[in-house]
Design a protein around this ligand. Structure first.
Ligand SMILES: Nc1nc2c(ncn2[C@@H]2O[C@H](COP(=O)(O)OP(=O)(O)OP(=O)(O)O)[C@@H](O)[C@H]2O)c(=O)[nH]1
Ligand SMILES: [Mg+2]
Length: 206
């Protein structure tokens, strides 16, 4: 069930780390670059995603030089209006050389090693346009595997002034993937207090 993807399947997927938000709850800092356990927060997502995909890119809107230093292409949103995660997904779909993108946020350091495998199984079994993680209580829309053929529809949606991710998903065939066995997976760091709490936890159980 949770075996790693074979290289043929991996090569169809570009991993996308979404790091393009304004991080207002973090005082406007660039969240992906904040340190956790002595290294930038985004490095946890990169380390988790890289072995699961054929290509990887980082979607960021600030500090592009620093993000480039992690060794993967960096793509900003198509416009500078900070239109939310869908804008990052659109930009990534345009840049990705593969038929699928797998998104994860830069502020979720506990990503599971079988994210791609579980989302891809459901995507194929349900012949869906996109597969989205569900934590047992709610959908986790920024943990998604999407066909890049959705780009045209997505840019049309954004150009019409829409922003809401759930409403855009509702226009498509969505496979919901149950991760209720892995509640930690979606832990994400939004405030300085949450970052500090996780820092302390990692120190206690490295
Ligand atoms: N590309 C892009 N990504 C975004 C944008 N807004 C949010 N995101 C990303 O979407 C994911 C989830 O967003 P949040 O956790 O709310 O992060 P955020 O919006 O930066 O933080 P807040 O301002 O505190 O809500 C994160 O990976 C963000 O980087 C945006 O305008 N463009
Ligand atoms: Mg936000």
């Amino acid at each position: 069930m949770s075996q790693p993807l074979r290289s043929g399947a991996r090569s169809r997927i570009t991993g996308v780390i979404l790091a393009g938000g304004r991080a207002r709850r973090m005082g406007g800092m660039d969240k992906g670059l904040l340190e956790l356990g002595g290294r930038p927060l985004i490095t946890y997502a990169i380390a988790a995603l890289a072995p699961q995909v054929g290509d990887l890119l980082i979607n960021a809107n600030r500090n592009l030089d620093r993000y480039t230093g992690f060794g993967y292409p960096v793509v900003p949103d198509l416009d500078g209006s900070f239109a939310g995660p869908l804008a990052g997904m659109a930009s990534a779909m345009q840049a990705a050389p593969t038929p699928l993108i797998l998104t994860a946020p830069c502020d979720s350091p506990l990503l599971p090693g079988d994210l791609a495998q579980r989302l891809l199984s459901a995507l194929e079994a349900e012949r869906a346009d996109l597969a989205v993680a569900h934590d047992g209580e709610r959908l986790q829309p920024v943990f998604s595997l999407l066909h890049t053929r959705l780009l045209e529809d997505l840019t049309g949606y954004l150009d019409s002034g829409e922003r809401k991710i759930d409403r855009w998903f509702a226009r498509h065939r969505v496979a919901r993937v149950d991760f209720s066995d892995r509640p930690e997976t979606f832990l994400n760091v939004n405030t300085p207090e949450e970052l500090q709490a996780l820092e302390q936890r990692l120190r206690q159980e490295p």
